[in-house]
Design a protein around this ligand. Structure first.
Ligand SMILES: *Cc1c(COP(=O)(O)O)cnc(C)c1O
Length: 374
């Protein structure tokens, strides 16, 4: 089965990992800082904290933003459930804003209608790798006194109005799962411009431990003393995986360019296939495409999904609206809440897109799809 996404691992990635395995530090060592420093070169210099997954990154970001009981987080339902689940785990209620019908990104006007005095965070999701409308979301967040979060699990290396993703929101989260553009097997990171957010994120990923005597409430016990002021978890990304991350980041520009070229090729090859809507792109963004999301019109998405799969082409659907998950239904969320997100979901089909996808493979995807719809 041709997958919809997969990692690209070459000999230099393997060597980077093996070198760490031969050394002294499997975790909490120098590769962690090196990875975070290299990552910050992609966020316009905004410092980064590495964590064990994109989900952990969201959990850390909400903790750093102070999201807690009684707070509300506004986000898009057209995302992986983790964007909303981590906010709920932090004690917040999630308010789902509808999406723009073409990009699938959160619609700032829909988000504006959901702002209340309890709104603590507004989270944009850069669906498919196309940045959300951050100027509008920024205005909204500032007016609400909320923290602006970007779930950039799809969009590392993208830019919004010439500003790199990671430098646009207050807190930006990345995922390094193998299907994403850069991988550490499992992994993630949070970029935080505000030093207070950064400090809180750094502590949360390490049990909330405070090691600096100057920061401790009751120092002077001895060199071993450490304190917990706020609960945290162990979300530390080990050196073994950070080394892979460093090696992968050095290939990010090529990954981004290759994915962009494949997207352009899909756009050309699929332009005349009937019953398809191809992904939209705003003039003021440079996406870093993680997905190639087409929409299959005329109620044929399921049929096309099944026939593509039967032909050995691993298409995917991204995503079931988050509040359709029974866990949200049990909290009182109902279908129909975000009609544009539901309409997008009903037609969405992600075609294979990854750096090592060959033109032959891509041609087979196009021919199979055109054969079904033609
Ligand atoms: C992948 C993904 C996540 C979660 O990342 P993991 O590394 O799999 O935990 C969160 N949000 C979005 C939009 C994602 O695509």
């Amino acid at each position: 089965m041709l997958p919809y996404g997969r990692q690209s691992i070459i000999e230099s990635d393997i060597e980077a990992v093996v070198e760490v395995l031969r050394g002294d530090w499997l975790t909490t060592g120098p590769a962690v800082r090196l990875f975070e420093d290299e990552l910050a070169q992609w966020t316009g210099g905004v410092p980064c904290v590495s964590v064990t997954s994109g989900t952990a990154a969201l959990h850390v970001a909400y903790a750093a933003a102070g999201v807690g009981h009684g707070d509300e987080v506004i986000t898009s339902p057209l995302t992986f459930v983790a964007t909303a689940a981590t906010a709920v785990l932090g004690g917040a209620r999630v308010a789902f804003a509808d999406v723009q019908p073409d990009t699938g990104n959160i619609d700032p006007d829909s988000a504006a209608a959901l702002v209340t005095p309890r709104t603590r965070a507004i989270t944009g999701v850069d669906y498919a790798g196309h940045p959300a409308d951050y100027d509008e979301l920024r205005t909204l967040a500032d007016r609400a006194g909320a923290v602006l979060v970007a779930d950039a699990a799809h969009s590392i290396g993208a830019s919004y109005k010439e500003r790199p993703v990671g430098s646009v929101a207050d807190l930006t989260t990345f995922s390094f799962f193998p299907t994403k553009t850069v991988t550490t097997a499992e992994g993630g990171a949070v970029a935080a411009a505000d030093p207070a957010h950064l400090e809180r994120a750094t502590r949360f990923r390490n049990h909330g431990l405070v090691r600096d005597p100057a920061e401790q409430r009751d120092p002077g016990h001895g060199g071993w003393h450490q304190e917990v002021h706020e609960f945290g978890l162990n979300y530390r990304l080990p050196d073994v995986l950070c080394a892979l991350g460093v090696s992968q980041l050095r290939r990010l520009e090529r990954f981004r360019a290759r994915r962009a070229a494949l997207v352009a090729r899909y756009n050309t090859l699929l332009a005349d296939v009937p019953g398809l809507t191809l992904p939209a792109q705003r003039a003021y963004v440079t996406p870093s495409w993680h997905l190639y999301p087409v929409r299959v019109r005329d109620g044929r998405r399921r049929e096309v999904y099944e026939r593509m799969r039967a032909a050995g082409i691993g298409v995917q659907v991204n995503y079931i609206p988050a509040y359709w998950h029974p866990v949200f239904e049990d909290l009182g969320y109902r279908r129909g809440l975000c009609p544009r997100a539901e309409a997008y979901y009903a037609e969405e089909l992600s075609l294979p897109l990854f750096a090592d996808l060959t033109h032959d493979e891509q041609d087979r995807v196009v021919e199979t799809l055109a054969g079904i719809l033609g």
